[in-house]
Design a protein around this ligand. Structure first.
Ligand SMILES: Cc1cc2nc3c(=O)[nH]c(=O)nc-3n(C[C@H](O)[C@H](O)[C@H](O)COP(=O)(O)O)c2cc1C
Length: 348
């Protein structure tokens, strides 16, 4: 199950309803649940409807979710999500900035030409990395099977990756290796705090919430330069976030971003994007067709058999169909319910 924010926490505390929501997918046959993004510290928070990953009350709520998901036979990773200088009003959503006025970023901008928050000092960087490591250790204590660092979609680690939001002249800016340093230090600190066994997934993307055409790597060599420091820091697996998992990542080759990631790093890789869906992520058309023809699933099987990637994450189709795994496994594709944005309000 792909990580998906729901904003249903009670003042940042995960609720029993959230446990039921995850258990429904676990009972439906999902092997691994990646939780919705959860901030490691107050500065990383989107708003108070997002479940926190700090504070005893929130951690107790997460423990209960882990126990129940395990009882249904699925594994679960906590996704750690720091928004950095993200401001929802920039993408037309309500601005909760009165709740979370502190915005940290590599260079005090949310996007090119859009000042937001303050440029992180060395002390800010150190404290933020420490918050991730503490959260990772707490995830382990709660019984999570692993963690995922959300380094995609324009959030804090990605703000460091992306040239347009990282204008720093110190060791965290400039070359690709320098822009990867913040993320690598997060992984390293989590690894140090949690030991060699804890699986650490690292999620990254080319696209940003603010710019679907943005790129952090223009060539496979640049991608290797970005990912190698993360491998060296102790990443267990990568999660290549794309809007359509099959699309070629670079000109001149059919290989997808996930397939390149596997080839370049040798690590297990999760692919994601539009499985059994007919439209784009965040389609303005509202209703999104469920694409349920067998040809679409054979393409997925071919990619898996060929070793392009190891796992496939299912997002919106799994919101609409908690029993997605059963429907696919039992060839009951005609029963699949289409996803629509309105569904998000009543989701169980
Ligand atoms: C409602 C919603 C919330 C999301 N929240 C997150 C999130 O918290 N963390 C994250 O990494 N991706 C998030 N995503 C992106 C999904 O994990 C996934 O990459 C995307 O939906 C594409 O997969 P799909 O085509 O199977 O839906 C979200 C997507 C949706 C639809």
């Amino acid at each position: 199950m792909a990580p998906m924010t729901r904003e249903r926490a009670a003042a940042g505390v995960p609720t029993p309803d959230m446990a039921s929501y995850y258990c429904r997918r676990a009972a439906g046959g999902v092997g691994l649940i990646l939780t919705e993004g959860s901030p490691p510290d107050p500065a990383g928070s989107f708003n108070s409807a997002v479940p926190r990953f700090y504070g005893d009350d929130a951690l107790a709520g997460w423990s209960a979710i882990v126990d129940q998901v395990h009882a249904h036979g699925a594994a679960i990773f906590a996704q750690l999500w720091h928004v950095g200088a993200f401001n929802p009003s920039l993408i037309g959503m309500a601005d909760p900035s009165d709740e979370t006025p502190l915005r940290l970023s590599p260079s005090g901008i949310a996007a090119p030409g859009r000042p937001l928050g303050r440029e992180m000092s060395d002390t800010d960087i150190e404290a933020t990395i420490h918050a991730y490591a503490t959260a990772a250790r707490n995830a382990q204590r709660c019984g999570f099977d692993g963690i995922e660092i959300h380094g995609a979609h324009g959030y804090l680690p990605d703000q460091f990756f992306w040239k347009s939001t990282n204008l720093r002249a110190d060791r965290y800016g400039g070359s690709i290796a320098n822009r990867a340093r913040f993320a690598a230090e997060i992984v390293q600190a989590c690894r140090r705090h949690c030991g060699p066994e804890l699986p650490i997934s690292f999620r990254f993307s080319q696209w940003k919430q603010l710019d679907y055409r943005a790129r952090i790597a223009d060539t496979p060599d640049e991608l290797a330069a970005l990912l190698t420091p993360l491998v060296d820091a102790g990443v267990t697996l990568f999660h290549a976030s794309t809007r359509r998992y099959w699309e070629p990542a670079f000109p001149g080759s059919e290989r997808s971003l996930a397939a390149w990631t596997k080839k370049l790093t040798g690590k297990p890789v999760i692919a994601v994007g539009s499985v059994t869906l007919g439209n784009d992520f965040k389609s303005r058309e509202g209703k999104i067709r469920a694409l349920t023809d067998a040809a679409q699933l054979s393409r997925l099987e071919r990619c898996l058999e060929r070793g392009d990637f190891d796992l496939i994450a299912i997002g919106r189709a799994l919101l609409a169909n908690p029993d997605w795994v059963q429907l696919v496994g039992e060839d009951r594709l005609a029963e699949m319910v289409p996803f629509s944005r309105e569904m998000l309000d009543e989701l169980a």
